[in-house]
Design a protein around this ligand. Structure first.
Ligand code: GCO
Ligand code: MN
Ligand code: MN
Length: 447
């Protein structure tokens, strides 16, 4: 990567990673850790070098569960030092309410009031630390808040307990003047058979039932919605529409598989493109957090390749979104869609009795409208060509040189390049075949 690399992340991109993401050691249900632990200051330093903006953590990622208070002070001081040295920020903090067996049947939704009390205590202590580090978002992911045995717990009771806990903690937030926005992170399953508040839609509806809905948003995650077989960018759009997208967990996932936490864009770059498009078109400027980890096959070098890849793919897709939005043929197709039916009748902007009567009497040419195609085949193919780098219009080059056909997807390819000479030894081949081979070598060299 060079300074002029257009895909190099900058702080303005607001890319963040969790200590638990690049710090993931490759343990899975079938195998032990495959990589050594990385300490927090080192992670901060490496992420900063790669161009990330911030780092997030669960209480136990930074200060392991049960650490003595003197050691806690030392760990936090070293972490603060690394933040100050690099200029990295901590935009979000969260609590591990899932790892310790005390939470094996939930934290906020546990039957046992002692467990619920301990969970609140653990969150409040970490809220104190996060506030000290300048975090503005507190994420609640209820990994253990769910069931395998529905006979064991009423889901309505569970939601009531969840509401009580969140109302209590938000009141603490106000009382301390911390100014956190709370973000609920939905997930359908893993580690529980079924987790309460499984999707973005469930979380949004639940927020409306809390004491301070204005203080909450959601933290949707690519993998979580895809585990449910849902279209993630539609969920994100709904959160944006509700003014509730405060944080986002980027990664990737094949639907129907275990919780994969792949590098962003690894499984479905096309879905990732439409996600980036929704975020960029809406002007989302909040944290873009990678909640993913390197494959278990990797060593430390692979971890940093994973982290760089997550950010680079976002930047590449951001560029593809610009190309898509500037492409004259795509624009014309979208304008044609927008201008359909401009001759009316159209639904009135708001209800009046007279408007309703007039609308009832209006004539609509049902057969003509039903017969008209939408042109989505061509539009979708154009999208594919943008993604595959085969479109002959380059947004960046167009911004520089004005509209016009170019010779490739990349601005580099606009400049006439010297013919790459590659000697093709003719041997005893017929001249036409030699010419054909030489031509294909030349084409390959320009790709
Ligand atoms: C998961 C979740 C977690 C949460 C994290 C933040 O599937 O394990 O995505 O990684 O995002 O606990 O609260
Ligand atoms: Mn997840
Ligand atoms: Mn997550």
């Amino acid at each position: 990567m060079t300074e002029s690399d257009p895909y190099r992340p900058t702080r303005d991109d607001h890319f963040t990673f969790g200590l638990w993401t690049v710090g993931n050691r490759g343990r899975d249900p079938f195998g032990v850790e495959a990589r050594p632990a990385l300490d927090a200051p080192y992670i901060v330093e490496k992420l900063s070098e790669l161009g990330a903006w911030g780092v997030n953590f669960h209480d136990d990622d930074l200060v392991p569960f049960g650490t003595a208070s003197q050691e806690r002070v030392r760990i936090i001081a070293a972490f603060k030092h690394a933040l100050a040295d690099t200029g990295m920020v901590v935009p979000m903090v969260t609590t591990n309410l899932f790892g310790h067996p005390i939470f094996r049947d939930g934290a906020f939704t546990s039957h046992d009031p002692r467990v619920r009390a301990f969970a609140l205590q653990k969150v409040m202590r970490n809220m104190d630390l996060g506030a000290e580090l300048g975090a503005g978002i507190y994420v609640f992911w209820g990994g253990r808040e769910g069931s395998e045995v529905d006979a064991g717990k009423s889901p309505i009771e569970a939601l009531k307990r969840m509401r009580e806990a969140l109302n209590f903690l938000y009141a603490y937030n106000l009382d301390q003047g911390y100014g956190y926005t709370f973000a609920l992170e939905p997930k359908p399953n893993e580690p529980r058979g079924d987790i309460y508040l499984p999707t973005v839609g469930h979380a949004l509806a639940f927020i409306a039932t809390l004491d301070h809905p204005e203080g909450y948003g959601v933290n949707p995650e690519v993998a979580h919605e895809r585990m449910s077989g849902l279209n993630f960018s539609h969920g994100v759009a709904q959160a944006l529409d509700a003014g509730k997208l405060v944080h986002i967990d980027l990664n990737d996932q094949q639907p129907g598989r275990y919780d994969q936490d792949f590098r962003f864009g690894q499984a479905d770059p096309r879905a990732a493109f439409f996600l980036v498009k929704v975020l960029e078109d809406a002007g989302y400027t909040g944290p873009k957090h990678y909640d993913a980890h390197a494959l278990r096959t990797e060593d430390e070098e692979g971890v940093w390749a994973f982290a760089a890849g997550c950010m680079r793919t976002y930047k590449i897709l951001q560029d593809k979104v610009r190309r898509f939005n500037a492409d004259p043929e795509i624009r014309a197709a979208l304008e044609r869609l927008d201008s359909r039916g401009s001759q009316g009748p159209t639904p009135p902007a708001s209800y009046t009795r007279a408007g309703a009567e007039a609308l009832k009497g209006a004539s609509v040419d049902v057969d003509a409208i039903a017969a008209q195609g939408l042109g989505y085949e061509r539009l979708d193919q154009l999208t594919t060509e943008i993604l595959l780098g085969a479109r002959r219009v380059c947004a960046r080059a167009e911004a520089r040189d004005g509209p016009g056909p170019t010779t490739g997807d990349d601005a580099r390819q606009r400049r006439p390049r010297p013919r790459r000479s590659m000697r093709v030894s003719s041997g005893r081949l017929p001249p036409l075949l030699v010419a054909l081979i030489a031509r294909s070598v030349e084409v390959a060299a320009t790709e």
